[in-house]
Design a protein around this ligand. Structure first.
Ligand SMILES: [Zn+2]
Ligand SMILES: [Zn+2]
Length: 338
């Protein structure tokens, strides 16, 4: 396939190549990198709109932290508030895609919207219930039965509590995600997420249900922390990972992209060749990849696996069982011959 590679020399100093096989729906002239060619004086010609959008992810994170720090107690105590805040985050970022699109080939359509909506609802209902019932409640009961208390965590400043939850969740997810890219049984559950052929603000929720359960496992339940700090951390992680999948032309400044995952980092992780997917594992905290040596610079415009074969919801659900199904079919046809 034809490879689209932008010469590193013409990109601004902190940016590198955008790669990806030519996509029938893609419009390279509208892609992000071409709008950032430096002018004769060496300065980027990024418009005011570009600059404002580049600040959107950090501004959202700041707004979310302020919201949960000062939200009325009645809001914080309701489980609905985090569902509402997360849904609102996705809706707003989907709206931003309409205003400042990154790649026309990733543009939302009815089929993608229906799939994404199905998974957003699945994640916030069935997956959430299964995770609570099979993982978090037993972990909490285990902690209580052993008499473990982490009351010291309740005394920490709010921002430290939020940072603690973010780190605990992300560190666990990093290793689970890395395992999924290095072990075939785990890869079979994660591969459907890599078969998505376009990225948008809702795509973080799309994947095989087994993977969605595995990736949501964490040991946060072991820590005694106020609900507001937990919700704030969930919401911050939601904002970062939503922007990291979004079709928005927003490339945050270094003070953000050094620590938090951006669409550049995560689109590279969604590259069409399997080897290129084995980097940038952190869903939201890219600094973990930087420290553990799995960080890679770059960006992909074309995403997917198996030559960009799009999977239906049924195929996504059945994907981990395909080797088993194929083997049973082979055995049946072999026994029919004999
Ligand atoms: Zn992955
Ligand atoms: Zn992803």
């Amino acid at each position: 396939m034809e490879q689209l590679t932008v010469d590193k020399a013409v990109l601004s100093s902190d940016e590198q190549s955008v790669t990806g096989a030519a996509h029938p729906n893609s419009n390279p002239s509208s892609s992000y990198s071409f709008s950032r060619l430096p002018m004769a004086d060496g300065k980027s010609d990024a418009s005011l709109k570009d600059r404002l959008f580049n600040l959107a992810p950090p501004a959202f994170v700041a707004a979310v932290v302020l919201f949960w720090a000062y939200a009325p107690k009645s809001w914080v105590d309701s489980g609905w508030s985090i569902i509402l805040a997360s849904s609102l985050t996705t809706l707003i970022v989907l709206g931003l895609e309409l205003v400042h699109e990154r790649h026309s080939g990733w543009r939302m359509n009815k089929r993608e919207f229906a799939t994404d909506l199905f998974y957003v609802v699945l994640s916030s209902t069935v997956i959430s219930w299964v995770t609570t019932t099979l993982a978090e409640d037993p972990l909490l009961a285990f902690k209580t039965s052993l008499g473990i208390t982490t009351q010291w965590a309740m005394q920490l400043p709010f921002l430290v509590q939020v940072a603690l939850v973010i780190f605990v969740i992300e560190f666990g997810q990093y290793w689970m995600h890395r395992l999924m890219h290095n072990s075939t049984p785990f890869w079979l559950t994660h591969a459907p997420h890599h078969h998505i052929t376009q990225l948008n603000a809702a795509k973080g929720a799309v994947g095989n249900p087994i993977e969605l359960f595995l990736i949501s496992l964490s040991v946060v339940a072991l820590f005694d922390l106020p609900l507001s700090a937990k919700f704030c951390a969930f919401n911050v992680l939601g904002v970062v990972s939503t922007f990291a999948h979004a079709n928005v032309r927003a490339d945050p400044p270094k003070f953000y992209s050094f620590f938090f995952t951006t669409i550049r980092h995560h689109s590279l992780h969604h590259s069409t060749d399997y080897e290129s997917t084995r980097c940038n594992y952190a869903n939201s905290l890219i600094v973990i990849d930087r420290v553990l040596g799995t960080y890679r610079e770059g960006e992909a415009a074309i995403v997917g696996q198996d030559e960009c074969r799009r999977l239906s919801i049924l195929e996504q659900f059945m994907f981990p069982f395909q080797p088993l199904i194929s083997r049973i079919r082979q055995m049946r046809s072999a026994s029919a011959i004999h």
